[in-house]
Design a protein. Structure first.
Length: 480
């Protein structure tokens, strides 16, 4: 009798478990790569919602799709061999939602419904693998600028995954190829994980905007033409909102040619204006607070960039254990400025302080720029610590660069490439109150005739154990 009851219980459990899964093929999806299947995927999602939620499953096959509308308590699961293929038919995507507010941020940060997969105001939303999202039909490349996607308010087929004002989100194990303007953008979201995701795309990889309590871990992001993992705090929510309590851990960012990360040929892309990096900024109206970045590798990538230029506060930032090889333009960049891309009535100055970067090893770094730490004359960076850092530069800087007047950040777009070479090859710091440097070692593959370290308008500095070559006529430390 007991055995019979147990079998009945197991049978009931199996029925319940089965009922909680919704195979899109049962709703008419063909998975043949030719038939538009997004209507069937959305029907499966709506049915699951009507029954309190569940897992919507895409078994092996290629599902041509327009907009997929994620809902609360839904897991969209792409099984091994499943490909969600973005259609080139723009009528299959939802139109952009209205935005009755000045667009201080670009269209990619303003509109969400025009995406392949999107959700707004939902909770318990999951997108899981091990299948693939292929954004082949998303926003096309600009044929005049290979690798770049046309930006702005594009209107249709803009992004692979766009989540806005959602809570308890999970994106895990999937692969994204050709993700459009952003492969993943999450805006105004609370509590969630982006874990073990692989991205090989032609624009930004992962953008986190105006969010809190999110973790990005174990991800591999190849972005040869833009940023890999980037935090922002724009006016997408029509007000300044901080991005805070974010962990980025155990991630790899690269700048290989599009597609060569996934096919395993790993062909380095020529140096673009930027590629592959981890960045805070540029949109930074709400600021960044309590951010931790650790145990990450950069390969054929721009370096780490911490940028606050839109009147927010960037504070309590901890970065540790970074490995970089073949670094474009600069290894470490910390800056504030007054681009002030926001309402004119906002008068506060950008602020950056309490930032610690430690345990960094970087090889084969571009000789364009040293470590850069620059604040503003009327609002210096405060309490910056650099320790246990080892950097190998390519060298080749000429003596005439030593006395170069390096541009103030001001209203300029904060990109070192456009500022030109720094007058120091190792560390250039300006407008800083409280600079602590410990155990920092530089080397050069060719002689570099710039000064090793330059401090301009730096107060309360404490520099110890800095080594590196000093060529004839140059100085180890220059104060201005």
């Amino acid at each position: 009798m007991k055995k019979t009851i147990s079998l009945l219980i197991l049978l009931c459990m199996a029925v319940v478990a089965s009922a909680a899964e919704y195979n899109v093929r049962d709703f008419g999806a063909k998975g043949d790569g030719r038939t538009l299947d997004s209507w069937a995927i959305n029907a499966a999602i709506d049915t699951a919602v009507a029954h309190g939620g569940g897992k919507v499953v895409l078994p092996a096959g290629t599902y041509l799709s327009g907009s997929v509308r994620m809902k609360s308590n839904i897991e969209l699961h792409l099984e091994a061999g499943a490909v969600l293929l973005a259609t080139a038919d723009k009528s299959a995507y939802d139109p952009s939602e209205p935005f009755d507010f000045p667009e201080y941020q670009d269209g990619g940060h303003t509109y969400f419904h025009n995406s392949l997969i999107w959700a707004e105001g939902q909770q318990n939303v999951s997108i899981t693998g091990p299948g693939m999202i292929d954004g082949q039909g998303l926003t096309k490349k600009d044929t005049e600028k290979a690798g770049q996607v046309q930006g702005g308010s594009i209107g249709t087929g803009d992004k692979a995954i766009a989540l806005k004002l959602c809570k308890n989100i999970l994106i895990r194990d999937i692969t994204i190829f050709r993700g459009g303007h952003f492969a993943i953008i999450v805006t105004g979201c609370e509590r969630g994980n982006i874990d073990n995701v692989t991205i090989d795309t032609n624009r930004d990889g992962i953008d986190i905007d105006c969010c809190k309590y999110l973790t990005v871990a174990n991800c591999k992001v190849n972005t040869p033409s833009d940023d890999a993992i980037v935090l922002k705090s724009s006016y997408a929510l029509k007000r300044a909102v901080a991005t805070e309590h974010i962990l980025i851990n155990n991630c790899l960012v690269t700048g290989y040619k599009l597609g060569t990360f996934l096919d395993g040929t790993y062909q380095p892309e020529k140096v673009n204006w930027v590629c592959g990096r981890i960045k805070l900024g540029t949109e930074s109206n709400g600021g960044y607070k309590n951010i931790t970045i650790s145990n990450c590798n950069f390969m054929y990538s721009s370096g780490l960039a911490l940028e606050e230029v839109d009147q927010g506060r960037m504070e309590n930032i901890v970065v540790s254990n970074l490995s970089m090889v073949h670094v474009h333009h600069y290894p470490i960049y910390i800056t504030t400025g007054r681009r002030n891309r926001g309402p004119k009535e906002v008068t506060q100055r950008s602020y950056g302080g309490d930032i610690m970067i430690s345990n960094v090893v970087a090889q084969d770094c571009d000789s364009l720029a040293s470590i850069i730490v620059t604040g503003m004359k009327d609002e210096p960076l405060r309490n910056i610590t650099l320790q246990n850092i080892q950097i190998e530069y390519r060298g080749g800087g000429t003596a005439d660069l030593r006395d170069k007047a390096y541009r103030e950040q001001g209203t300029n777009y904060p990109e070192p490439r456009w500022a030109g070479p720094t007058p120091a090859y190792g560390l250039f710091a300006r407008h800083v109150d409280g600079l602590r440097v410990r155990n920092v070692h530089f080397s050069t593959l060719r002689p570099d005739y710039r000064h090793r370290v330059i401090l301009e308008n730096v107060t309360r500095d404490d520099l110890q154990d800095i080594t590196g070559p000093v060529e004839k006529g140059a100085k180890a430390l220059v104060r201005r």
